[in-house]
Structures are given as C-alpha cells and as structure tokens.
Write a protein that binds this ligand. Structure first.
Ligand code: CTP
Length: 397
C-alpha cells in the first residue's frame, strides 16, 4: 500500500523561533501532497511570520488565541487535536518544550497538545547552548517518556551565527518520519536487508569495471520499507544518493565486499531484496600502481565474482528471498530459470531494452514471478513500484 499524505490531517504547531519561516515551506509541500494542514501559532510565532503566510499556504484559517471570540466551538483546543493524524510542533522553542514537559495548558497550542490523542512529533530548534542546557535536555527526555517523538536538531551554524546542535532538521527527514507514522505499518517487526547500486571492480588505483545501476530502485525500496515500519539495512555500492532516513547503510565497493556485508547481516534478516547490479566479473589482476598506457596489455583477463544471491538461496533458513533481473529479452523464461536456479521466493524482472524502465530513469515496469504467479506491474515511478513489490512480498510472508 502506497503511503501518502493525501487526505491526512496534520496539526502544525509553530512557536517563536526564527526557524518558523522554514516551516512555511513545509506547509506548502504538505499542501501539494494533499494533506490537510491546520496551523496553530503561539503569540511569539506571529512575531516571526504572519498568520496570513500560513493561512495562504494551508488554505485554512490559522488559530493562535485560546479565547478568540469570533470562533465557534468547532475549533476549540479539543476539536483541533481530536481528528488529527499527527500533531507536529515545529519549530519547538525551549520554552514550548518546557511547557509541554510540565503539562501546562496556558495557550491554544499547549492545550491542544494535552487534549489530543494523535501522535505528537516535536522538532526543537534553538541556539545550541540552549538545547544542550540540562534543563532543556531533561525536558526533551520527559517528552520522550510521555511518548512524544522528539527529532534531534541538526548541527551547523544557526541564525545567531553560533555553531552547534540546534538547527531545524531538513524537511526531507521530517517528511519520512511523518510518512512512517501515517503508513499502515504492515512491515512492522520485519528486518529487511536490501542491496542496491552497482559494484566497482578495480583494475588499478584509477580504473574500474562497473555498470549503469544508479541504485534508485533499491533506495526507493529502502525508503518504502522504512515508512511501512520495517527495520532496514541497506548495503550499497557507490551511488550519488543520500542515505534514506531511518535506514542503516553499509557502503561497499566490490562484489567481494558486498558478499561479506550481506553474509554478516543475513542471519538476522527476515526479508532480503537483492536489487544490486553485482558485477559478474572482476579483473584478474588488481595493480597497486596505475597501469601506464605504454606498458598496458590490450586485453583484460577477468575472473568470475561469487554469485551472492545463489549462495543465499543455498543458505536460507526461513528468510524470504527476492532477486532482481535486468533482461533484454525472454523475460519470463529467464526470470523463471533464475527463480529456480537461485532458490528464490520471488524475482522482479525488468526489461532494460524498453524506454522508461531499468537503469538511471525514475520509472520502472516490472514483472513479478513467484512459485505460482506471474504479475505484470504497471509502468510507474520507482517509488510506487517499490510499494507494489512490497505489497506482493507481504502476501508471501
Ligand atoms: N547477483 C548476485 N551476485 C552476483 C550476480 C548477481 O547476488 N554475482 C544477484 C543480483 O543482485 C540480482 C540477481 O542476482 O538480484 C541477478 O541475477 P542475474 O540476472 O543472474 O545476474 P546476471 O549475472 O546479470 O545474469 P545473466 O546470467 O543474465 O548475465
């Protein structure tokens, strides 16, 4: 099931920090993703950004006063939190955190937080010294005890030009955490091992053999699996992609390094998704010094790399094993052959000769083959394809 913001109700509490202006961009992104955002501002927050900004971006009236007389009972502090899917407090000042830690209810936002049953996620943003202060640390610890999720602020230079830990996290990170809460959580309790990207097989310190894999499909599955509640380990060859939020990434270069990393994590995994494009061969000789062109031989001796997936097929003890195959013809035949040969539970085959599927692009069109079924997935974004693959994996568990 694809996790999205569409139709979800997010109550956003904005408090008096200069980082409030960044959160305006978050509201815009949420609105584009079709979430319904209701913004509550503290009085101090309205000194940094006007309510009009948030009203225009969310398309909803912004509230901040507990006793505004033009409001009907339908937006009282009880009503605001009641049907929210998530209450996000961002940026959360030291003062607001202190008030929440002590259960105060002296303004609309803090009263809404107390009255709500929704998941509460807090993004502290303040000067690094203020964040490091034992009082703030004790207050954030108390919020965690109360089962609020506190996202650690980022490190770097703050508005006051001090360096430290106190910056509002990036939207991309917060977005993933919100989506994890909004998902069906249908992979909770699963430990998923994913391989992604190409491997690099060095010839000398300057040259290597590799392939066109960008890692996008594997990374999309890692993100989707995290959102759906899984614990994800991603063993990745060299790619330009950032490590997905909440995912433990192990970076490797060669097929041999990938094999070592995969075997180290295999026994604890419940599901293995092997989307990496492992180089089948490596140069016979790896030169310690750069090969000079006037000394180079014009043919390259190669030796076979271990087939990691086949080894897992032999060793598996209950793990659900999913292979991937990039084919340029005879898709069904090749897929079925590999499913058998490598002792897989499922194989995802894609046609690399078609436009918009396979290497480097953002879309894919996959045929899933298991022991009983052949399922043609539609041409879709890699993001959506990842969820469709996981949907099928869940049916096999
Ligand atoms: N794989 C692996 N180790 C290898 C080669 C492939 O683990 N040395 C895994 C890939 O991660 C992928 C699947 O096996 O899940 C792809 O298998 P296959 O298509 O057999 O790879 P190729 O060797 O490219 O196949 P072909 O024989 O068609 O060249």
């Amino acid at each position: 099931m694809h996790t999205s913001f569409a139709g979800k109700k997010i109550v956003l509490g904005v408090t008096g920090s200069i980082a409030a202006f960044k959160v305006a961009g978050w509201v815009s992104a949420l609105a584009k993703d079709e979430a319904r955002v209701r913004v509550i501002m503290t009085q101090a927050a309205t000194r940094f950004v006007t309510p009009l900004t948030f009203a225009a971006l969310s398309g909803e009236k912004v509230v901040s006063d507990m006793f505004a007389d033009d409001e009907g009972p339908e937006i009282s502090h009880i009503e605001l939190g009641k049907d929210a899917d998530i209450i996000l407090i961002a940026p959360a000042t030291a003062h607001t955190i202190a008030r929440m830690a002590h259960g105060l209810a002296d303004d609309l936002l803090s009263a809404t937080v107390l009255a709500a049953r929704a998941r509460i996620i807090v993004c502290p943003a303040m000067n690094g010294q203020m964040y490091a202060h034992p009082a703030t640390q004790a207050n954030t610890a108390r919020l965690r005890e109360l089962n609020y999720q506190v996202i650690e602020p980022a490190c770097g230079m703050m508005a006051c030009k001090d360096e430290g830990q106190g910056r509002l996290p990036e939207w991309e990170q917060v977005r993933e955490i919100l989506l994890r809460h909004l998902s069906a959580g249908d992979l909770q309790g699963q430990r998923i091992l994913i391989t992604a990207g190409p491997t690099r097989e060095p010839l000398d310190p300057a040259r290597f053999i590799s392939n066109r894999s960008s890692g996008k499909m594997g990374y999309a599955m890692a993100r989707a699996a995290y959102r759906r509640g899984a614990e994800v380990t991603l063993i990745s060859g060299p790619t330009a992609l950032p490590c997905p939020e909440g995912v433990r990434r192990v970076s490797i270069q060669t097929a041999e390094e990938m094999r070592t990393a995969v075997l180290a994590h295999f026994s604890e995994a419940t599901i293995v998704l092997k989307s990496a494009a492992v180089a089948d061969f490596r140069p016979e000789t790896r030169y310690a010094d750069k090969v000079k062109k006037d000394q180079a031989e014009l043919s390259l001796g190669l030796i076979a790399n271990p087939d990691i997936l086949q080894e897992l097929g032999r060793k598996k003890t209950g793990q659900l094993l999913v292979g991937f195959a990039a084919e340029s013809g005879h898709l069904l035949q090749e897929g079925k052959k590999k499913l058998q040969k490598k002792n897989l539970d499922l194989i995802a085959v894609n046609n690399i000769n078609q436009e918009n599927t396979g290497f480097e692009v953002d879309t894919n069109q996959i045929t899933l083959i298991d022991r009983q079924n052949v399922i043609e997935l539609p041409l879709a974004s890699k993001e959506r394809t990842a969820d469709l693959i996981l949907d099928h994996v869940i049916t096999l568990l």
